[in-house]
Design a protein around this ligand. Structure first.
Ligand SMILES: [Zn+2]
Length: 306
């Protein structure tokens, strides 16, 4: 199964699939994206929604090679984790085999960027080693925004979230692998071609990730689904500050509209990326062309449009 890949100059971006989320995910996560709203946007079908207006959502990482550095953006749900959400509980996916097929052994990863500290973005930070949880990427620096760390460090966490920190975040901190980035309003460059963009709201320290010189932006959960391009005011049930999340989403989309920068969604199913175009007061995701980023995307077997 070929790895979906985007190339711009010496920048290579690969989608490392974890899992498709079940159909009940959309109505839970984005309750205002009702079937009427979704079927009202024919461009969402068949890739991003089915004929009945049920949203398609996936979890995956992006493996980025930039200037010789190997970067992983977000780490999915992870295998074997005890989770309250049945769709995320005790997964057994071939994620690491897919990463290897894309050319990356865990030891090769230099940098892991965590857009935020939610369960479905930190899972492969660690893997079971028989006695506990050990960092999956032992030679990587793991980076998240300082504001993100500070928020969760002082929050009154419920037990499921405490468990997530215990099995997926604290082991990387305890191994001395976690770095906290100060992210000013204009963003911060972590490495040549890898820039964190503050996009707070979903969580207080949430970042999107800009790659190359205007080549691509990875959404994190600033945009969960392409329906939010047409309806940026649709918020997610887990936004900590929904009003701020809408502001961040509108600002990010406005900054990308018409620029030729590829938008890559952290939960967008194949084809996952596209260009942002203005559509009246809001936006639309249109298939990319090869003017800016050379697309060599191939649709993996089993994800064929229906
Ligand atoms: Zn997420």
């Amino acid at each position: 199964m070929p790895t979906p890949t985007w190339i711009a100059g010496d920048l290579v971006i690969q989608r490392i699939d974890e899992t498709e989320l079940p159909p009940q995910t959309g109505p839970w996560l984005l309750p205002d994206a009702t079937p009427d709203v979704v079927t009202g946007e024919p461009w969402l079908r068949p890739d991003f929604a089915d004929a009945d207006g049920v949203l398609r959502l996936t979890t995956h990482s992006f493996a980025v090679t930039a200037g010789g550095l190997r970067v992983l953006v977000d780490t999915g749900i992870g295998n074997g984790k005890t989770r309250a959400n049945p769709a995320w509980h005790d997964l057994d996916t071939p994620y690491l085999s897919r990463l290897a097929a894309a050319g990356h052994a865990p030891e090769d990863i230099d940098l892991v960027v965590l857009t935020h500290l939610h369960t479905d973005h930190v899972g492969w930070n660690t893997r079971a080693d028989g006695t506990g949880w050990t960092p999956t990427f032992p030679n990587a620096r793991y980076v998240t925004a300082r504001a993100e760390w500070d928020y969760w460090a002082s929050a009154d966490l419920d037990e499921p979230r405490r468990a997530m920190f215990r099995d997926s975040v604290h082991p990387i901190r305890d191994a001395g692998l976690l770095d906290l980035a100060d992210v000013p309003p204009q963003g911060v460059e972590l490495a040549p071609g890898v820039r964190l963009l503050p996009t707070p709201g979903h969580t207080p320290g949430h970042v999107a990730v800009a790659l190359g010189d205007g080549a691509a932006v990875i959404t994190g959960d600033c945009v969960h689904h392409p329906v939010q391009l047409r309806h940026p005011a649709i918020t997610s049930c887990v936004d900590i500050d929904p009003r701020q999340a809408v502001e961040s989403r509108r600002r990010l989309l406005a900054s990308l509209a018409g620029t030729g920068t590829l938008l890559l969604g952290s939960h967008f199913p194949a084809p996952t990326g596209g260009l942002v175009e203005r559509d009246g007061e809001s936006f639309r995701l249109v298939p990319g062309d090869d003017h800016h980023v050379a697309f060599i995307v191939s649709r993996p077997v089993g994800e064929a449009a229906v």
